[in-house]
Design a protein around this ligand. Structure first.
Ligand SMILES: Cc1ncc(COP(=O)(O)O)c(C=O)c1O
Length: 369
């Protein structure tokens, strides 16, 4: 029976000799490979900004909150439809999480609800919109809201390398952005991430803070380093950076292939009772990390089971954050409903068109039965 896995990290063949070179060099902690990876990411249309490599997307989000000066004790708006990291860092930073509801057609934060939350409380200092599965949020509007209410925006770009909003890559919106290079993501390096800042000054501070605050720039024999501000152990290492560097040349083709897969799925389900979760407009393009559909709540688990029996792995992106027993509450009925209807399907660049058709056929068959 055909097996279609959710993820299949693809590392180019030249990654192995490059890794061997690093191992032979005798140093594979934070070093020149990480610096080179940061420069290459900064030069990419898909990323840009002043880039700081870290050891996870979660660390990237936390460092972003810290360096942007979001004051502990204030509140931060987070969409309910996200991975726990987006809210966990807010709590770890000493802030309160305020859950925002979503637009079920995109899975993204509902800007109307963001405005309502801001009208009703005056303790909100930041918003962390998530580009769900790579579909861009209403970023232009969020930036207008942020200017009006003097909010910091930190974009959770864990899924969104390559996303385009209103014809422009995310870098053009000048916010702080946090990316993940986790094993499941579009650029998988095991564990890793990066945060991009609008200024080199912020990035320099983040580079110190990611390594416990250690500043080696003025090092001499008598004083190998100074610490002016205590930081975290969040630095990337050079082995991970080599894996990342080896994937950047083929990134545009891989994103294009993932978009083709999503377009093929979307065409297949177009005349069924399955609702694809999609960008809002032609000028918005997904970064194509994932593809989710919604089906009637009462058939969702049966459909997933039938897909599993046909060898097709699926996921639920995401359980609404208010459904965990960790005290995150909010009026988020649309996120709740979405989390009961959603099925996230396999998308990776090793999938053939036949694999996509196979998944779509079984999905449609299971939904109709
Ligand atoms: C939306 C979102 N934000 C943040 C993260 C955290 O990334 P990492 O696993 O690299 O810490 C993830 C990871 O899956 C994610 O899906």
């Amino acid at each position: 029976m055909r097996q279609v896995k959710m993820y299949r990290p693809q590392v180019p063949a030249d990654a192995l000799p490059r890794l061997k070179t690093i191992l032979d060099r005798g140093w594979f902690g934070l070093g020149p490979e990480t610096a080179a990876f940061e420069q290459e990411l900064s030069a990419l249309p898909e990323v840009g900004g002043h880039v700081v490599g870290v050891n996870s997307g979660t660390a990237a989000l936390h460092l972003a909150l810290y360096v942007s000066g979001v004051a502990p004790g204030t509140s931060v708006i987070v969409p309910a439809n996200t991975f726990i990291s987006t809210a966990a860092v807010v709590v770890q930073h000493g802030c309160h999480v305020v859950l925002a509801d979503i637009d079920v057609s995109t899975g993204n934060i509902d800007t109307g609800h963001v405005r309502e939350l801001l009208r009703n409380r005056n303790d909100i200092s930041a918003v962390i919109p998530v580009h769900y599965s790579g579909i861009p949020c209403e970023l232009a509007e969020l930036n207008v809201i942020a200017a009006e209410y003097r909010l910091t925006i930190i974009e959770d770009c864990a899924h969104a390398i390559g996303a385009v909003h209103q014809g422009l890559p995310l870098r053009k919106y000048s916010n702080i952005r946090a990316y993940s290079f986790h094993a499941t993501k579009v650029v998988p390096i095991g564990e890793g991430g990066c945060v991009t800042f609008p200024t080199e000054e912020m990035a320099d501070r983040a580079r110190r803070l990611r390594r416990l605050g250690i500043d080696s720039s003025q090092a001499d024999w008598s004083s190998p380093y100074e610490i002016e501000e205590l930081g975290f152990k969040y630095n990337m290492n050079d082995m991970a950076a080599v894996l990342g560097r080896s994937q950047l040349a083929s990134l545009p083709q891989r994103i294009a292939r993932r978009r083709d897969i999503i377009a093929r799925y979307t065409r297949s389900v177009s005349s069924s009772d399955i609702w694809p979760v999609m960008p809002r407009r032609e000028t918005d393009r997904t970064g194509a990390f994932a593809f989710s559909v919604r089906v009637e709540e009462h058939v969702r688990e049966r459909v997933r089971r039938q897909l599993a029996e046909a060898g097709v792995q699926t996921e639920i992106y995401f359980k609404s954050l208010d459904s965990f027993r960790i005290g995150l509450n909010g009026a988020v009925p649309k996120a709740r409903k979405f989390s009961k209807e959603v099925i996230s399907l396999p998308v990776h660049d090793a999938m053939s068109d036949d694999d996509v058709d196979y998944v779509a056929e079984h999905l449609i068959g299971a939904t109709a039965s």
